[in-house]
Design a protein around this ligand. Structure first.
Ligand SMILES: NC(=O)c1ccc[n+]([C@@H]2O[C@H](COP(=O)([O-])OP(=O)(O)OC[C@H]3O[C@@H](n4cnc5c(N)ncnc54)[C@H](O)[C@@H]3O)[C@@H](O)[C@H]2O)c1
Length: 698
């Protein structure tokens, strides 16, 4: 299989690449591209080459299966160099080359497009364009960091590559990442052909003596220097130094402005090789690529048999759940006991619908028209699925379950979105325990990708499968766990915020504490995120936990939170908590609330270890309690549900990197010094004795 075909029309050659199942950049693809281009170039009197794809997507970027095992930076560097030589050959061959993007062009696929003189894409929101490498701990390695600044400007290029968020084709055109949009496949080739006719001998901007600059700061000017200083500061503020890849993006772009184009490519290749063979990208690729892809398939191919959904409670969670269900095509009843909550939910849904810019007003209205807002029980009748999202109170939830269940359709599923109450405890009020399940969503519901599905022992597999199918229908990534107080994610989250409070109460500096969390890679520092969820809810949750599990807390950290609540500092929604939210700074009065003497042992590293290990210890207990069914879900749940440090690949990958033996010893020492919450569970102790790991070494 050559992996390409060429056709010629009036001496313009269309090179169609179709390698394996998708065009992903590996040795086979590079050979097809090289041979295909040579064949195109060899056509008698050729006037130009159009590169397109025979697959649905143009090219989806590097073959991750190929990159994952690589550990030799020199070998990776050599591969980058060869690929760059090929792209240089294409852009300097003396004929115009146009990328005709019939589908998405991502990573190396878009870098190939950048090495063409002109880029046309079909005008469809389905087409994604861009350089997302940083999301796997990598940077573009085929010239992206060197070419994109010439195409869209220094600042937009750095922003795009450091964020790693691909954009839809229409937006890519607005940003200048592609030059033109075509109506369909025929128009795509027609436009590419027309451009070649009009531009018989183009030169890439980076090969021109005085290229036209796309706008913004020009390299080697004081403005550019200012831009680089500002960009580094901005990035550092965002990532606190935890993410290697975005920093490497800035470095590659900066060096590129100081060096010749070909030397710039070498710098990029060196940086790419170092990242691609380093620990951070290995851990990120394992979780954010392999595990995530597997998790995204959970529920695919199953049927939910749900056409009417009732969401009980139209509050923060319920409104979003109602909207998502309607968007998935279900008839929705949104039931509350307060009219003003229904009004707010109606407004929320309307706002969400208007955000769906790919839909016209009629389609947006169709979604909204599927939702009924009600204070009554009668409209619930005949629902196939109930998602309960009312107040977190066992008795109230029991009463509502008894009230609503008789109204449901034959075979209906009752799901609770409780944050923590064991599903089996809630199901005590149900007549149909086989159809009672936990569907734990995360706030804001429309944005957070995770759905933690909790299957208690009495819940049938059929119910589980239907629930998973529904999760997919509303575009969530499902993880499945066993039942128990706080399931998995709430336990991990509680351990994190409680540890923040506890360290504060011990007298550690709150600013250093918050920074320690961020520099470990946590998306949100513990005190700030506690303010976000509101302290009253937290206190209520810890009290509920005591009532339900019988496990008391005797932690100074929790007393400190109660003191804040007594002062009316209940969190972000009140404008004040650990933070003063008008200035978004830590409250200066915090230190006065702490009675403890400043601790002898403190500092960034100390705090970072304790924040991470407190969470890891809880993961150990969750494992020992049999909550987890699949180790992959520990990583996916932590990162996508809670914003656990993605640079680590998740809690289990973090443990593997530390080595379980030294880690268990450290946990035992911390437990002795500071309390049982750091103690390693028996699962960890056994693993340490056997010298086991969670994931195969890479
Ligand atoms: N907020 C979160 O981040 C989050 C995340 C996951 C799960 N949860 C869980 O979801 C549930 C709801 O949380 P929320 O944050 O949306 O709360 P909320 O206070 O914003 O909304 C609760 C709504 O339920 C209504 N309600 C109370 N009793 C009712 C009844 N008998 N029938 C119908 N409606 C009733 C209230 O009027 C209110 O509108 C809780 O169990 C909570 O633990 C919350």
């Amino acid at each position: 299989m050559s992996g390409y075909t060429i056709t010629t029309d009036d001496r313009i050659v269309t090179l169609t690449l179709k390698v394996a199942r998708v065009n992903a950049i590996n040795a086979e693809f590079a050979t097809a591209l090289s041979n295909g281009f040579d064949a195109a170039r060899a056509v008698e009197g050729v006037r130009g080459v159009i590169i397109t794809s025979g697959h649905r997507d143009f090219c989806v970027g590097a073959d991750i299966n190929m990159i994952f095992p690589l550990r030799d930076p020199e070998a990776v560097y050599a591969q980058c160099r060869d690929l760059n030589a090929l792209l240089r050959k294409i852009e300097t061959s003396g004929v115009p080359v146009v990328a005709a993007l019939n589908g998405s062009a991502l990573g190396g696929g878009y870098e190939l497009a950048l090495a063409c003189h002109h880029r046309v894409a079909i005008n469809s929101g389905r087409l994604m364009i861009g350089l997302p490498e940083v999301s796997l701990g990598l940077i573009p390695g085929a010239g992206g960091t060197q070419r994109l600044p010439y195409v869209i400007g220094l600042q937009p290029a750095m922003e795009h590559m450091a964020a790693g968020q691909p954009v839809r084709a229409p937006k890519a055109a607005r940003m200048g990442m592609i030059d033109a949009l075509a109506d369909d496949a025929d128009d795509l080739i027609a436009r590419a052909t027309a451009w070649i006719n009009d531009n018989p001998s183009p030169t890439q901007p980076w090969d021109q003596k005085k290229p036209k600059w796309p706008g913004g700061a020009r390299p080697k000017t004081p403005q550019a220097m200012q831009l680089f200083v500002g960009a580094s500061a901005f990035l550092y503020k965002k990532t606190a130094g935890a993410m290697a890849a975005p920093e490497a993006v800035l470095r590659a772009v900066y060096e590129g402005t100081q060096l010749s184009f070909d030397r710039g490519l070498e710098v990029e290749s060196r940086l790419f090789a170092r990242l691609a063979t380093g620990d951070q990208s290995k851990d990120m690729i394992r979780t954010l690529w392999f595990h995530r892809t597997a998790a995204e398939k959970v529920g695919v191919g199953l049927e939910h048999h749900v056409s009417k959904v009732t969401v009980l409670g139209a509050g923060m969670m319920g409104a979003g759940l109602g909207f998502l269900s309607a968007k998935a095509g279900c008839e929705v009843v949104l039931k509350d006991i307060q009219a003003e909550q229904l009004d707010a939910a109606r407004e929320h849904c309307a706002k969400q619908a208007r955000r769906l810019r790919h839909l016209d007003a009629e389609a947006q209205d169709a979604i909204l028209n599927r939702i009924t807002y009600t204070l009554e029980n009668e409209p619930i009748r005949g629902s196939d699925l109930v998602i309960e999202a009312i107040v977190e109170n066992l008795d109230v939830k029991h009463r509502v379950i008894r009230e609503v269940e008789p109204l449901l359709a034959e075979g209906a599923i009752f799901a609770s979105n409780t944050s923590a109450i064991p599903i089996a405890r809630l199901a005590e009020a149900s007549q149909h325990k086989d159809r009672f399940i936990g569907l734990h969503f995360f706030s804001p519901v429309e944005k957070m990708p995770l759905l933690e599905v909790i299957q208690p022992p009495d819940c049938s597999d059929e119910t589980l499968h239907r629930a998973l199918a529904f999760g997919k229908a509303i575009k969530k990534t499902n993880i499945v766990v066993n039942d128990g107080y706080g399931f998995y994610t709430t336990r991990l989250f509680s351990a994190y915020i409680l540890e923040g409070c506890q360290l504060l109460a011990e007298g550690h500096d709150p600013a250093v504490l918050e920074y320690a969390a961020r520099s470990a890679g946590m998306a949100m520092p513990p005190l700030k995120v506690f303010d976000e969820v509101t302290l009253t809810l937290g206190v209520h949750a810890f009290e509920t936990r005591e009532t339900i599990t019988g496990e008391g807390f005797d932690l100074a950290g929790l007393d400190l939170v109660r003191k804040l609540v007594d002062l009316g500092r209940t969190g972000k929604s009140a404008g004040k908590g650990f933070y003063d939210w008008d200035t978004r700074t830590l409250w200066s009065g915090l230190r006065d609330l702490v009675t403890a003497e400043p601790p002898a042992e403190t500092g960034l590293e100390h705090l970072q270890r304790r924040l991470m290990i407190a969470q890891i210890a809880e993961v150990g207990r969750v494992l020992a309690d049999g909550i987890i069914r699949d180790h992959k879900d520990v990583e996916i749940g932590a990162i996508f549900g809670l914003g656990f440090a993605p640079n680590t690949g998740g809690p289990l990958a973090w443990i593997d990197r530390q080595g379980i033996r030294p880690l268990v010893a450290e946990m035992q020492q911390l437990a002795e010094d500071y309390g049982d919450r750091y103690a390693p569970s028996q699962t960890f102790i056994d693993m340490a004795e056997r010298g086991e790991r969670f994931w195969d070494p890479t």
